[in-house]
Design a protein around this ligand. Sequence first.
Ligand SMILES: [Zn+2]
Length: 176
Amino acid sequence: MSEPGVPERADDLELPCGEVIHPSAFDLGMREFDCACGETHAVVMDVHPLARFVPEFLVDTLRRTITTDDDFDAFGTPHAMAMVREEFPDKVASADCSTDGTVGYALLWVAEFDARRLHSIVVELLLELMEHAISHTENDALAAEFEQYMYEFDLDEFVELYRNEREFETEHDTAI
Ligand SMILES: [Zn+2]
């Protein structure tokens, strides 16, 4: 029950490893969480841009090819994380903190695996999704561009380079 003038606080979140923690322990700049269980868990928030995982041109292509029928205007991080949860239902915990004014984000995901593994998974799922979507468009130029991209694509190398580059550019991603 919320009292007038007192912000509602989100509930505690049970992580996939079994640790229970309040979402306020995660701040906006956080990408990984060193857990009491001894593991490092990937942390994602709805305010993190999709460009955290893939380059802008892929984000643009996704937005042009994937239609969303939910409250979000365009394909973004929440959709990508929904795909990860679908693939690994027991390995990603999520919290809706939209009524909690103290945390600075609305949605939070914490994975059992680390940020690098999550990055690989997200990239793989997004590319699969795009491949599927592009095969259903009549846009030959886009299909050719994507095919060429996939031909030269190496997942591990991509994740490695992308993470280094982002790290170098800015410590914290900017919100959309
Ligand atoms: Zn843990």
